[in-house]
Write a protein that binds this ligand. Structure first.
Ligand code: ADP
Ligand code: TPW
Length: 563
């Protein structure tokens, strides 16, 4: 037998990924996967090498959301695997499809805890954090393992899947023909799921009787890529809708039916609520009074049947994919009657809120030192000039205020901290957005949030990605003006001149002290199409603790007394 008639585990992994149209792998190399990264690159798969696996995994998750196909993250064993796990768990929580492939150490040593290099039972650990976790024990099962991982990640409710491949399997040599026959391409990994006709009737009847109906669009609706069906349903029925943060842009934020600027009134008053790819979790106050009308009836569109009744009784469950369900609803639904008054009520509240916000923005525009809202108004104006820009957003105040200030007009152009409110997604998401879409990316980051993945600026520069990072730098977590009782900095205090960092990696850094500076440098950076960072110097006293979720933050007795 000649060498050309042989293959090995490493080749089979790369071949299986290629066969399944994987174009990019996000990862960090080391034993036992370095050669796999090299081979992937040589075979035409793009390998994006990161500084830390959490960021690579976050990138793979974002790639999954942005493309609708599982993003791939590749890590080494134990510590690299654990670093990636944060991204894998976050992907699962957010219902993004991704696969984390990690090399692992020798099973016969690990399982007897004899002390191998990077010893860990990774499969057992991953099971708790992933939608599913699999291990391949023989090279001839690599194709099966990858097919299974890809289908599990993408089908039904998407999520993160872990695939464990021991070093010995990667090194295993087998006959090339036998190897080739062991691989296959997954057919129709995420089939449509048509709703039951009776469930559609039930929902239509409920909606028909509503006086104050409301539609809530979640990131599942954005993920479903049923943009036309969603828009048509909303516009045909005339029902007001609220977009969750990552559903913004599914319809343009200035759409006349958007109730975003009358959110609290909409929740309090709605009598029939149609949830579309949105869970009634903490982000929607679990559907509870007093945020919601206690008599509201819920209709829920979700691909995952187990989501129904998780918080409130679901009067009309619609289990299926958003596209199929909206089509079925559209076929039976007529324009809603008697909702003119309801829409008028929301409009009046909205006008009042918008006027209040305009006042705040006006005050912020001239404030010195600069306020969050001053910088954000400038960012908003620049982004409005180019709707193709992908927006990444994390922080506390930086997240809440940017979400409310920056309008989106195109679906899936905003990715953020999501269901967990996690910090650290910034650079990973930005890198994936640039790599997967080729569009310019602006990452609007709180200064603390940015620090979690800041070293990946080097990755942005190394791959010359069109990512502009805008740091809203108020010198701290939430705020930067807290005094400490001893000589140490306060727990919330941070200090960095971020624009200097990127220079070390060959990117351009700007420091902006006024909204005019912010707009000017952001435009300059976007026009260059090159990696850049704008550090916005924000008043350290601006911002509230925990942003708009301060009520979730337990306070000790000392704080309560105001000491
Ligand atoms: P948000 O945070 O924007 O409110 P969530 O992440 O809470 O959104 O909810 C997303 C929901 O969308 C999940 O329950 C998930 O099962 C569902 N989902 C994901 N993809 C689809 C799809 N193609 N069709 C229907 N539901 C989907
Ligand atoms: C992985 C807790 C929530 S928000 C935040 C932290 C540390 C940073 C807020 O400060 P930032 O924004 O980014 O400067 P701003 O605009 O308010 O000043 N670790 C993880 N996730 C979370 N959510 C935290 C800690 C947290």
């Amino acid at each position: 037998m000649t060498d050309s008639a042989l293959t090995d585990g490493i080749h089979l992994v790369v071949d299986a990924l290629k066969l399944n149209d994987v174009e990019t792998i996000y990862g960090v190399v080391g034993i036992p996967i370095t050669d796999m990264a090299r081979l992937a690159q040589a075979s035409g798969i793009r390998f994006i090498g990161f500084r830390h696996e959490s960021n690579a995994a976050h990138a793979a998750a974002a790639a999954g959301f942005l493309t609708g196909r599982p993003g791939i993250c590749l890590t080494v064993s134990a510590p690299g695997f654990l670093n990636g796990l944060v991204g894998l768990a976050n992907a699962t929580t957010n219902c993004f499809p991704m696969v984390q492939i990690s090399g692992s150490s020798e099973r016969h040593i690990v399982d007897l805890q004899r002390g191998d290099y990077e010893e860990m039972d990774q499969l057992a650990v991953a099971k708790q954090f992933a939608k599913a976790a699999y291990r391949v024990h023989r090279a001839e099962d690599i194709g099966r393992g990858i097919a299974r991982a890809l289908r599990t990640a993408a089908s039904g409710r998407p999520g993160g899947v872990y695939l464990d491949i021991p070093a010995a399997v990667l090194g295993e040599v087998l006959d090339a023909d036998q190897g080739a026959r062991s691989l296959w391409k997954v057919v129709d990994p995420a089939p449509r799921q048509i709703p039951d006709a009776a469930s559609v009737d039930r929902a239509v009847d409920l909606l028909a009787g509503a006086r104050k109906p409301l539609i809530v669009l979640g990131k599942g609706a954005a993920y479903a890529r049923a943009d036309e069906q969603v828009r048509e349903f909303i516009e045909t029925t005339g029902i007001p809708y609220l977009p969750m943060s990552m559903a913004k842009g599914l319809l343009p934020d200035d759409h006349p039916q958007s109730a975003a600027t009358a959110r609290s009134l909409a929740l309090k008053e709605a009598d029939v609520v149609l949830l579309v790819g949105a869970r009634l979790n903490w982000l929607l106050s679990h559907g509870d009074a007093p945020s919601w009308n206690p008599d509201a009836k819920f209709i829920q569109v979700d691909i995952a049947a187990q989501e129904m009744d998780s918080n409130q009784p679901i009067a009309a469950p619609l289990v299926g994919d958003v596209g199929s369900v909206m089509e079925a609803l559209l076929a039976r639904t007529k324009p809603s009657e008697h909702i003119g008054e309801w829409r008028q009520e929301l409009r009046i509240r909205s006008e009042k809120n918008v006027a209040k916000m305009a006042g705040r923005l006006e005050t912020a525009a001239t404030a010195h030192p600069m306020k969050f809202l001053g910088a954000l108004t400038a960012i908003r104006d620049v982004l409005a000039e180019n709707p193709a820009i992908r927006l990444v957003n994390e922080g506390a105040n930086a997240l809440d205020l940017a979400r409310n200030t920056i309008g989106m007009s195109v679906p899936r152009h905003r990715i953020d901290s999501g269901t967990w409110g996690v910090m650290g997604i910034g650079m990973g998401y930005a890198i994936a957005a640039a790599v997967e879409t080729g569009d310019p990316v602006v990452a609007v980051e709180g200064d603390s949030a940015f620090g979690f993945s800041g070293m990946e600026l080097e990755t942005v520069c190394r791959y010359k990605l069109p990512v502009v990072t805008v740091v809203l730098n108020n010198s701290g977590v939430y705020k930067g003006d807290e005094a400490s009782p001893n000589g140490d900095p306060a727990p919330t205090y941070l200090r960095a001149e971020h624009h200097k960092m990127i220079g070390a990696f060959g990117g351009k850094g700007f420091e902006a002290a006024t909204p005019a500076d912010v707009g000017h440098y952001l435009r300059l950076a976007l026009d260059s199409g090159e990696p850049a960072l704008v550090d916005c110097v924000i008043d350290p006293s601006d911002g509230t603790e925990s942003g708009n979720i301060g009520h979730l933050n337990p306070k000790g007795l000392t704080s309560k007394k105001g000491n």
